[in-house]
Design a protein around this ligand. Structure first.
Ligand SMILES: [Fe+2]
Length: 223
């Protein structure tokens, strides 16, 4: 976290709000030269001005100082906009219904961007009664492993913590699940829409008996 508001943050916010240096200066009762000085790192705004600056940009003083402005609408409106934050130092995994400024081990965490599953992170999803049985084909060593699986629906999240030496699998209630995500400690966050995993038999994501048998044969051949 920054120790104090930086010129770059002021400039970014000013431009976002389409204000000129002179306009911002006028609203703060300082000269436009002063604003220019802040933005070129030749001086800092006096502490008595921080509250006014934050107010103009509709953020909190903490956000102004940290340089992380959060603009969430009604975050409780849709769980599908969930964000995941993972600390690279300790692996702490945090779920948030919208963006947040989250710190762990002195680092400001950025929300993980989920990517489509790839050939090194294949997911197999099977319906078992009212549950999805989810399995990820991946190492589970201390160095490289899947650390959690999460299933998102519009009103809930089911998050299962996984451990190295365990299996990369989880069971979740199907009820309303629209997105399944999992996190690899080295390669980041992956996601899939469960319908694709189950219904698209032509892709490699299916989990038919035949395919499993083929996988077993392949394992024996290539081990
Ligand atoms: Fe990985």
């Amino acid at each position: 976290m920054n120790q104090y508001v930086t010129g770059a943050v002021i400039k970014e916010l000013r431009e976002k709000y389409h204000l000129t240096q002179a306009e911002l200066a006028e609203r703060l009762n300082v000269s436009d030269k002063t604003v220019s000085k802040w933005e070129t790192a030749k001086g800092y705004p006096d502490i008595s001005l921080l509250e006014s600056i934050a107010k103009i940009f509709d953020i909190s003083v903490t956000e102004l100082i940290s340089g992380n402005a959060v603009s969430n609408g009604n975050v409780s409106a849709n769980m599908m906009r969930s964000k995941f934050y993972v600390c690279p130092v300790c692996g702490n995994s945090i779920h948030s219904m919208g963006e947040a400024v989250i710190q762990c081990h002195g680092l400001i965490l950025t929300p993980c961007q989920d990517e489509e599953t790839d050939e090194n992170h294949m997911i197999f999803i099977e319906r078992v009664e009212d549950e999805y049985y989810i399995r990820i084909e991946h190492d589970m060593t201390k160095q490289h492993y899947i650390s959690f699986i999460a299933a998102l629906s519009s009103d809930r999240i089911q998050m299962v913590k996984l451990y190295p030496e365990g299996n990369a699998e989880a069971r979740v209630k199907i009820n309303g699940v629209r997105k399944i995500l999992f996190y690899c400690n080295r390669d980041g966050l992956f996601s899939i829409k469960p319908v694709k995993g189950i219904d698209d038999r032509r892709t490699s994501y299916d989990d038919t008996k035949e395919r499993r048998e083929l996988e077993e044969v392949a394992k024996m051949l290539f081990k």
